[in-house]
Design a protein around this ligand. Structure first.
Ligand code: PEP
Length: 255
């Protein structure tokens, strides 16, 4: 079912103690607001924080997500954390395909599809990020539409309809992430509409109507309302602005 989601990607920020405090505040906010069914708050702390955060949030009100998972099930993969390990400590979702993972850790569609499948096997929801770089945006609409389409076709569009129902798509223009440059509401809507059409072409209009598509990239309380008001924008994936409970709360209220 199509949902309204505001998700916080904490990246590699906060100590465990700070993260636990932040999670407590977000959870208290969600409880106080008594959000309607269909409106969800997600937080994605670093791996080291997940078990502690799981203990302090109301899991009926806040969905705990990881920022990554391994592309293999288990075994001799030093440093990796598997989807089943995450599930075992109360994680319900995972962010995959974030541009920082693609850029700094060379994660391509082949690797990402392995991660997606393992996450789904464990029953985790997947927030799958797509988006074009600055150069690709400047090269014109033909190119950036194709870039985004390829990111979908090579990964989540290979899934069965049943599995695809567990995918939340996040459109995150790389040029807007952490830069202070936000896509205009019209730029966001253009891509969200395009993604929804591609979902309809690949599956069906019903699946497209049910797909949740988030916007991410320097989204904050001062611009969230305008962006979230667009008809194909179902909420946001928030980086920097998710690290302050008050600011994150205002963004939750914007939708
Ligand atoms: C992100 O990293 O997913 C993100 C949207 O970051 P920021 O909001 O800081 O641009």
């Amino acid at each position: 079912m199509r949902k309204l989601i505001v998700a916080g990607n904490w990246k590699m920020n906060t100590s465990v103690a700070e993260g636990v405090e932040l999670a407590k505040k977000v959870s208290a906010y969600a409880v106080e607001k008594n959000l309607p069914e269909g409106k969800q708050i997600v937080i994605a702390p670093p791996f080291t924080h997940l078990a502690s955060v799981a203990q302090v949030i109301d899991s009926n009100k806040v969905i705990l997500a990881a920022q990554d998972c391994a592309a293999t099930k288990n075994g001799a993969y030093t440093g990796e954390v598997s989807a089943s390990m995450l599930k075992g400590i109360g994680v319900k979702a995972v962010i995959l395909g974030h541009s920082e993972r693609r850029q700094y850790f060379k994660e391509n569609s082949e690797i990402l599809l392995k991660k997606i499948k393992l996450a789904l096997e464990e029953g985790l929801d997947v927030i799958f990020c797509v988006g074009e770089t600055k150069d690709q945006r400047e090269a014109g609409a033909n190119l950036y539409f194709n870039v985004i389409k390829a990111q979908l076709v090579d990964t989540v569009f290979t899934l069965s309809e049943q599995d695809f129902a567990k995918i939340i798509i996040a459109y995150e223009p790389v040029w807007a992430i952490g830069t202070g440059l936000t896509a205009t509401p019209e730029q966001a809507q253009e891509i969200h509409e395009f993604i929804r059409k591609e979902v309809a072409n690949n599956y069906s209009q019903k699946v497209a109507d049910d797909t949740t598509i988030l916007y991410g990239g320097s989204c904050k309380s001062s611009n969230a309302k305008e962006i979230f008001a667009k008809k194909d924008v179902d909420g946001g994936l928030i980086g920097g602005a998710a690290l302050k409970a008050d600011e994150f709360g205002k963004i939750i209220d914007a939708r």
